[in-house]
Ligand binder design. Structure first.
Ligand code: ZN
Length: 346
């Protein structure tokens, strides 16, 4: 039993539970409210939690396979309401998280890349550790990233994984001294990637077939096109934010010689001719979410209004399946965010 500090908390909470795989829906159940299990654990009272495309992949049984039953939800923001002995200083603070917990001791972890740890221990809301489609969620204090009060819960929730991924991708693109970037996909990651490029005055185009999403970015001054046929010139860097298999061939074709293809979406490409990669001496670079400092940098850019957010659509936790269906059918123009029912009603 750890020594803990806690505000008065209920014994049970509403949660959306993944009960089988594949699944088309989550089940709403009452679950015990988590308590700190280790000295560096905290419990957040969830204000909001973003829905990520990865959640849809998991439901289809095409991605991570957590032990069931499991609670998804890896883009939380909330207030620390309980803390273990070494995490007391977090009590009452508002925070979001970095998702990945490595062994904390290997060179990869020590370099700040715990999400690439060969002995990865958990991904909150994805693998091993329950997530935040619930009223409360337990995380390690070392995962916490404090957030400014000027950003609302849904605004922060729209940044956690999508934002870290966008910021990581754009850091990689800028390290390559890109003069012209092609962003593929204007979902939450592509939207933020385009805004970060605009904030840095880097020339870019965005390819997006969904008219709703295209219109949102075009209204903010970005060059947005519906298909690869309309791409003007070649790009030093292509940032693939789609997770869709059939964009890779036209994406690599749009690269300059020695170009860099940044793969932010995870797609399985069954038949790909690497000849084009060799003929261009192109580089394909994977991106897995982002570093803590990627998330911190983007939060700061959004708080100072240098980067704008995609349109946010919210649903109460009890309607999480309506939200998932809206995402599946392309009816969400920007980011989908879940809010626990007591806060939604307030
Ligand atoms: Zn490690």
């Amino acid at each position: 039993m750890v020594q803990l500090t806690a505000q008065s908390m209920p014994a049970s909470m509403s949660a959306a539970v993944l009960a089988n795989l594949p699944a088309t829906a989550l089940e709403l159940h009452s679950r015990p409210v988590p308590v700190p299990e280790h000295d560096d654990d905290v419990v957040l009272r969830v204000e909001a939690c973003g829905i990520c495309g990865t959640d849809l992949h998991i439901l289809r049984g095409e991605s991570y396979r957590p032990d069931l039953p499991f609670m998804l939800g890896h883009e939380p923001v909330g207030v620390v309401v309980a803390a273990g002995a070494t995490a007391e200083s977090w009590m009452g603070k508002r925070a979001t998280i970095t998702l990945f917990t490595g062994d904390g001791t290997c060179p990869v972890c020590l370099a700040g890349d715990e999400r690439l740890c060969p002995h990865l221990q958990s991904i909150t809301g994805v693998l091993v550790v329950d997530g935040a489609y619930a009223e409360f969620v337990r995380v390690h204090a070392r995962q916490l990233v404090e957030v400014p009060d000027s950003l609302s819960g849904p605004e922060v929730a729209s940044l956690v994984d999508s934002g870290a991924t966008a910021a990581n991708s754009i850091r990689v693109a800028l390290e390559a001294r890109a003069a012209q970037v092609l962003v593929v996909g204007a979902g939450p990651i592509g939207f933020l990637a385009a805004e970060m490029l605009q904030a840095d005055a880097v020339a870019h185009q965005v390819v997006e077939p969904n008219e709703l999403r295209r219109a949102k970015l075009a209204a903010l001054g970005h060059t947005v096109i519906a298909s690869f046929d309309q791409v003007a010139g070649q790009s030093d860097v292509v940032v693939d934010c789609t997770g869709v298999s059939d964009v890779m061939a036209p994406g690599v074709a749009a690269l300059t010689p020695h170009g860099l293809y940044v793969l932010a979406g995870y797609a399985r490409v069954p038949d790909f001719d690497f000849g084009v990669v060799s003929r261009k001496e192109a580089t394909i670079r994977g991106v897995r979410s982002g570093r803590r400092e990627d998330l911190e940098r983007l939060i700061s850019l959004v708080a100072s209004r240098k980067v704008r957010l995609p349109e946010i659509s919210t649903w109460p936790l009890s309607e999480v399946n309506v939200a998932l269906e809206a995402l599946r059918t392309g009816a969400v123009p920007g980011k989908a965010v879940i809010i626990p029912d007591p806060l939604w009603e307030a």
